[in-house]
Write a protein that binds this ligand. Structure first.
Ligand code: ADP
Ligand code: MG
Length: 321
């Protein structure tokens, strides 16, 4: 299969078509129109086989997750997704694999009316880079740096499921039946919190998505905002699947330190709290208050039923160079 045939067959003639795409796949550049009175939010994420996903991960998951993590970045900035581009490095042509990959790629783009507008296709080790672009009204983008002492800290959905799913796949923990399927699914198919992100624009002070683990990612908000926080470990939202599979103590550890959940962690002041809960209810997203920001810069205190809680393991994934 030749490069151009592959592009034509799998990428150029499929997927959602948007009116604001003036020139899509097939030319040297894509040309698009940004609506009046909107700013552009742009993000890129790379996923490499064996580093960011298991080398035997289903093709559908590889593509789905690559889209999800990019849409998650847009969501945590409060942006509404519009376009993605895809740079794909493939070791060989495997028709079944690429069909599944493309199915996974278009699932979220269809759901969120996002168009694939271009990319690059090369031969090489399996890896993909997606760039996603979206819109955010001027001066409403959510930043990591804007948390204030007194803000309440919230998290969407549940924490820890994706990390447990990965450990099940690696054979490090055991799970059975529905719980096993559910946790593995949360690892392979994370939910980008797109609606939650846009609904937080005018109410939240700071926001980030949990890619490396709660302690690590909330740490970024605190550091960039010059604040500290108390988090109540017993209030962390954990699924019954996780709780029943590993027990409370392990569930807390997954919720604090495991990555890849792509839930949003955000802070909101007392005054906006009511509005925020209403808008998240309207967006049909569960959000749980897990603690409060304070002025003790750089300090994250964990509490378990009001006793000091010590997390003795590494708290987030960082690439070493
Ligand atoms: P160029 O050499 O001018 O960069 P390419 O030959 O790489 O163009 O790509 C031809 C067209 O196909 C371009 O419009 C490019 O954006 C698009 N394209 C290539 N690979 C992909 C892909 N994996 N997904 C979507 N579009 C792609
Ligand atoms: Mg090219």
């Amino acid at each position: 299969m030749k490069e151009f045939d592959l592009i034509k067959q799998y990428f150029a003639q499929r997927g959602h078509v948007r009116k604001d795409v003036i020139l899509g796949i097939g030319d040297d550049c894509a040309v698009t129109k940004v609506p009046d009175n909107q700013h552009l939010a742009i993000t890129t994420d790379t996923l490499i086989s064996g580093v960011h996903f298991l080398s035997d991960a289903p093709a559908r998951s590889v593509a789905y997750k690559a889209v999800a993590v990019n849409l998650s970045d847009l969501a945590s900035s409060g942006a509404e997704p519009a376009w993605i581009s895809l740079s794909l490095s493939l070791p060989s042509y495997d028709e079944n694999w690429i069909n599944e990959f493309v199915n996974g790629l278009y699932e979220l783009t269809e759901y969120y009316s996002v168009q694939l507008i271009g990319g690059d296709t090369v031969t090489g080790p399996l890896a993909l880079t997606i760039t996603a672009q979206g819109f955010v009204p001027p001066d409403t983008e959510l930043r990591r740096s804007n948390a204030k002492p007194g803000d309440w800290i919230y998290v969407t959905g549940n924490l820890g499921d994706a990390g447990a799913g990965l450990d099940i796949l690696k054979g490090e923990i055991e799970a059975v039946g529905e719980h096993r399927d559910y946790l593995i699914n949360r690892h392979y198919y994370p939910t980008p919190r797109v609606m939650a992100g846009t609904s937080l624009r005018r109410t939240a002070n700071a926001c980030i998505d949990v890619s490396d683990g709660l302690v690590s990612d909330l740490g970024h908000i605190l550091k960039m905002s010059g604040c500290g926080a108390t988090v109540h470990v017993d209030r962390l939202p954990v699924s019954s699947a996780l709780f029943e599979t590993v027990g409370a103590q392990q569930a807390y550890r997954y919720a604090l330190a495991a990555g890849d959940d792509y839930e949003l962690v955000f802070t909101v002041n007392e005054e906006q709290r009511g509005n925020l809960e209403t808008s998240l209810t309207n967006a049909n997203v569960k959000a749980t208050c897990i603690g409060q920001v304070n002025g003790y810069a750089g300090q994250l205190d964990l509490k378990l039923y009001d006793e000091k809680y010590v997390l003795n393991e590494s708290t987030g994934y960082e690439h070493e160079f």
